[in-house]
Ligand binder design. Sequence first.
Ligand SMILES: Nc1ncnc2c1ncn2[C@@H]1O[C@H](COP(=O)(O)OP(=O)(O)OP(=O)(O)O)[C@@H](O)[C@H]1O
Length: 609
Amino acid sequence: MLTVLKETLSLFDRAEKLELALVFVIVLTVATLEVVGIASILPFLTVVSNPEMIHEQYVLRYLWGLLEPSDHNSFLFTLGLIVFGLIILTNLFNAVSHWLIQRFIWLRHHSLSTRLLDRYIRQRWEFFLNRNTSELSTNILSEVQQFVGQFLMAGIQLLAQGLAGVLIVGLLVAIDPTLAVIVSAVVGGTYMLIFVAVRATQIKLGHIRTSSNTARYRHATEAMSGMKDLKILGLEEAFLRKYEGPSYRYSMAQAKNAVIAITPRYFLEVLGFGAVMLILLYELRQQGTASNAIPVVGVYAFAGFRLLPKMQQMFYSGSSMRFTAETLSGLKRDLVELQRSEEPAPVHVSAPIESFGLRNVTFNYPEMGEPTLKNVNIEIATLSSVALVGPTGSGKTTTVDLLLGLLEPTSGGLVLDGNLLSASERIGWRSHCGYVPQQIYLTDDTIAGNIAFGESADEWSMERIKKAAQIAQIDEFIEQELPEGYLTVVGERGVRLSGGQRQRLGIARALYNDPEILVFDEATSALDNTTERAIMDAIEQLAGTKTLVVIAHRLETVRKCDIIFVFEKGELIDSGCWDELLSNCDVFRSMVSEDSMGKGRKPNQTATP
Ligand SMILES: Nc1ncnc2c1ncn2[C@@H]1O[C@H](COP(=O)(O)OP(=O)(O)OP(=O)(O)O)[C@@H](O)[C@H]1O
């Protein structure tokens, strides 16, 4: 229990811990008020059933002296008003505490999910190579909700009900210790027995809930993002079946847990009724007359009326916490432990004056035995255009990711004008780089918003957007063919763009921040030859104004590059201009001859350039 509390507190910052303390104080006040409310019934019922007791009992005698009533009835009326007032106050505090608890819970939903997203996006690039991205989304959107809505809420309820329960039992002990001990032992014992009996089942159900929740999110995401392949291959049924399994297990786990959590209520209602009967008989025997027995039985009945739902709620809360306990460990792992693997804060570095590149770089992907890159040395002169070529899997993309400062070399490093960059400088270096991937990711936003990626309408510069579009040679299309020009919505719900148009938009996006270095990672490989040529023309226009780094499968597209680096099996085996390599490098020569025989060629498609 203490570990759970410690782990939960580790997720909160100082202000949140203070807020939780305030919630605790309010909960304690409500519990105390509730017990005072219950206790106040005793003198009231005593006066109703046996007015003589006013002058015999100390509390009643004191109250009589304090209130100085004219007769018994007005004393009874005043007592009634006090009890009534206490009940109103208790309920008022209950409402306030409800608001404070709900506010605390849902603001934690906000802060924890935001912090989790923050934690994820600050991880090193290697982190994203190993984790399933739909699992990360599930954690942010669903697991945090389960944690606050079920685990945390249940924890606070358990505390609130537990405190009130302990105080009520304390009151009953003060009235009649033997009876209180018997009743608490029977009722509490029943709950404890059931709680222990269902432990293993609930832990198992909780595990099923977590794993099936992640799986159903993953299958839904995969179906939506691979819709084209799914349709063409006719995989509707197969995907549906994949989703159905975890979805069914998730729902059944929820249903079974809900039933387990509510089951003791049925026992306890029967038990509660039996207990009141027993108390009545016991008190009748003890007190002799019904009028003497009524006050105690009344308090017990009222206390039971308050206590039994609390016991049930405590059981329910305990069950919920157990069922969703895995969300706590998952969140702690990602929120607290991932802090250590965050990227360092960027440190600004100036753009290279002469050159940048890799020095003696060896790189191992995590958990891969063999290094992917072995002792690579690359120097790229500023404003030159270079290409990385080589068979598939030879290490071109890995090299580019190292050049972009995304991956951290296992040994060796990124060099800028001859100086080795530190980890923080490597992050700062990225601001000089623009990147155009093979698949351009379009957000559900306007053309302008997609070019000024990440900036909102009041931040972006239309002048820079238009300039970037012009260099990428897509300005005419945007202005003349799109219904609302730069403000036309593209992406999921917007205008569809051809492959070539998407790539140009990607180039415009990369150009928007006016980086000194532009990297094209197979940016034209998915296009037909005509479109590819047109895009390559646009890229070549940039030669001499930007440093260009191009990965291309079709060698013809990089013929004009100043230097071509040839990779094979993770090693840089040669470099030089097209003609030099053609006469000196066997591997390059055979690649060129394969290329010209059409192996790397694709049929002409009808995409718009
Ligand atoms: N995330 C990863 N985890 C482990 N190994 C990886 C990962 N990404 C790439 N590799 C391995 O590293 C090697 C080089 O891959 P890389 O993508 O750099 O090659 P490439 O030359 O760009 O290939 P292609 O032309 O097919 O894109 C390959 O053997 C690949 O299997």
